[in-house]
Design a protein around this ligand. Sequence first.
Ligand code: GLA
Length: 389
Amino acid sequence: MVWESVLEKFKELFGSEGEIGVYFAPGRVNMIGEHTDYNGGHVFPCALTIGTYGVARKRDDKKLRFYSMNFEQLGVLESSVENLKPEKEADWTNYPKGVMWAFGEKGMKVEQGMDLVLFGNIPNGSGLSSSASVEVLTGFILRDMFGFDVTNQDLALIGQYSENKFNGVNCGIMDQFAIAMGKAGHAIFLDTATLQYEYAPIKLENAKIVISCSNKKRGLGDSKYNERRSECESALAQMKEVIDIASLGDLTEEQFEQHKDAIKDELCRKRAKHAVYENQRTVKAVEALKNNDVALFGKLMNESHVSLRDDYEVTGIELDTLVEEAWKVDGVIGSRMTGAGFGGCTVSIVKDASVDTFIREVGAAYEKKIGYAADFYVVEIGDGPVKLA
Ligand code: GLA
């Protein structure tokens, strides 16, 4: 068991006395509905069985001691629950600290410190939400330790609040929601305008979900992400002058086509087009899945990638190569980038019999073109956060 080695590390570093809890929160993959969650649109993510393990113990003083088995070179990082501030040189402790700070902002001040050891088996910076996983995990641990009266949905909102206000990334609600509300075997069809959601079973007869990791780190991704957000906000403001809407997610394709000239700037018009069409595509994709039409679901995934490549411009050569090579393989039902883009991962639905060929052929073509290897993960859809021991 992975968690046993994390518990062992905890005891080695911080001793074995007192009440020690062992926890897990998943990572997530988004099947379709990309860059729609800050545009009042729909998303369709699911939690994974890979994620972040955490072992924690409450302290009697205000001290925080953090250790990550993914960043062992950093050693034990210490701080305090008083004056929680983001570190200038961003390190991973900004995520748990941000969540503690966010609880305080919401009237649930964390008065005591804790010792915490983490280990994540999600590749870092890969677009599978390792950071949201740490945020939801921290919130889950705080609730368990201090008895805060919050639901899993609140944990998602607190995680997003901390990422926006403490870490300065203007993300939407998708990642934290998918992680906090995950359900094995199901994706979550979430309307980000209202937070109404529905679980949809993912029944892929004779097929698997394969994640291809480009191993290109996001790098400038966060600033580009915020840039896309403001382009959409500018498009929305111009649209509002001609039609009464609250968000781009309110528009049908027809309404967009009818009024798009209100958006004067061509770039913003393209961004808005993606937001509107991708939202409608997500609704259609979920409908297709309900009708057991996995082929149509796959086709809509492919169209999503094209729109993210050409109109939203968040893919790049690495993700395009992974997807375009995937499309060439027999037995691939659909393939697209997933997450914020600018590096990270793609998600593909691949027939069982083709998975080995897929990994071999896409892997070889990627390495030849990009100069370094991609990694492949055949994943399962898992539950939300749990206390393991
Ligand atoms: C990142 C953000 C999400 C969402 C996706 C793009 O993962 O954290 O809120 O906007 O990008 O769909």
